[in-house]
Write a protein that binds this ligand. Sequence first.
Ligand code: HEC
Ligand code: HEC
Length: 449
Amino acid sequence: MNEEDKKKYHDKYLQAKQKGVKFYPDIIYKDLLVTFAIFLLLIGLATFVGVASEPKADPSDSTYVPRPEWYFLFLFEFLKYIPGSLEWVGAAVIPAAAVILLFVWPFIDRNPKRHWTKRKIEIGVMFVIVLGIIALTIMAVVSTPPQVEAAVAGSLTEKILLGQDLYSVNCVECHGDEGAGGSVQGVEGMEGVILKAINTRDEMYTRDDKSLYDITDYGQQDLGMTPFGKGYGGALGPGDIDAIVAFMRYTWDDRSEIPAAVAAAGALPSLAPGQVASYDAQVSTIFKRFCVSCHRSGKKNNNYLMGNYDEVINSGDNAPDIIAGDMTSNMMRMLNREKIDAGNPMPLTKPLKPELVAIIQNWVMNGMPQTAEQAAAITPVGAEGTPQAPAAAVTPTIVVTPTITNTLTGSETPAPTATLPRITVRQTLTPSPTGPTPTGQSPSATPTP
Ligand code: HEC
Ligand code: HEC
């Protein structure tokens, strides 16, 4: 910059100063306002939107792919092009040099012109750098392998409910649905072994969370409980085991008070008078709590899987095990504690509460609707929620009056009840569970004439 320019700028500066807007307090005040607004915005975002947390760190989990936040991905990608021994240059020296260069740039670049046509080289160089950053970011995103989604429980309520689900799947087969123990049935190698209750004061008062965690993590191998922790060959990560411990503590320890939301969400399903049960709303919860721990792959269960609607209806060595409108299907007879060719009374150890059996019965008699909407569109069949007599005592001929909705066509919109065709089907119940009965792939199945 020559003397003439310098003088020109100095004059301009003096003029502007005369006009009177002072850095302190005028400009600072504006800055403060904006800063405060952004601060409030951040608090609002943190409170109402938040960032989903990841599962608890798990040193034994080799599938976890650590990645920085997106705005640092370019640096991360950049490091890949630097040989390992020079990592410190790429990680510290080059970024630090770049920041320092930006910092001292006003002292190096004394070009007084601000218009871009007069600063082509500088703008060109910066343009290339920004392009490079964008390119590196994209490359990093593309090369990031998909992260295995792990269930993460945020609130205590979510944690307890997750724990309940995990307990149902992993522990019920031996410890029973409420941890009451007793004689183990249908578990290979454990047949008839008597387990003590783990839901008692004795257990809950003497075991702290840490020891419950450890027992679940590495099992009680000498007594027949295999390890569940990933570190010992099991399937559960630290967050999962934490959730199970929270579930046990909050449901079985009479010193801790279960949050109301958990009690409501974890409660066993029930039906209002005249309500039709659906798979999604009630039946799946019952199956999950009382059956899935044995009826999933890898367990002894006659290949009858009960993880979803389709499996419940179609799988099993003696499929169909459950038939719309049929009280003599394998499942209904087993639930009513009959021993039949397909197997023993179900669940093996302890009878299902009559009100739960009644819900399943209600669901079967109303054509086994899958979603709550489909159930709501059906006029109930004898659905007072009263437990009916076991299948054997049912009169041989019963009249089923299902209302066939347009869900048969796969259409999602239920037609108004008044316009629905109403058919009366005479169904003869034969003791044999096999026969040309529909397997009920359609939510509102047609009972056999
Ligand atoms: C294969 C059967 C089996 C499964 C599945 C199983 N356990 Fe166990 N568990 C046992 C046996 C056997 C013992 C030894 C105690 C006994 O004999 O009563 C035991 C003991 C325990 C104890 C300690 C009792 C005490 O104070 O000594 C806890 C707590 C426990 N299990 C929790 C769990 C949890 C949580 C799960 C599910 C993640 C689970 N168990 C799954 C068989 C099993
Ligand atoms: C403790 C493990 C266990 C639990 C819990 C359990 N089952 Fe079973 N289930 C079995 C075994 C084992 C068989 C194979 C037959 C046998 O050994 O009795 C079986 C067979 C069946 C079958 C016959 C499948 C076929 O096609 O042959 C049905 C239906 C069934 N179970 C329904 C249920 C229902 C419904 C529940 C929950 C209310 C339930 N089970 C809970 C272990 C279990």
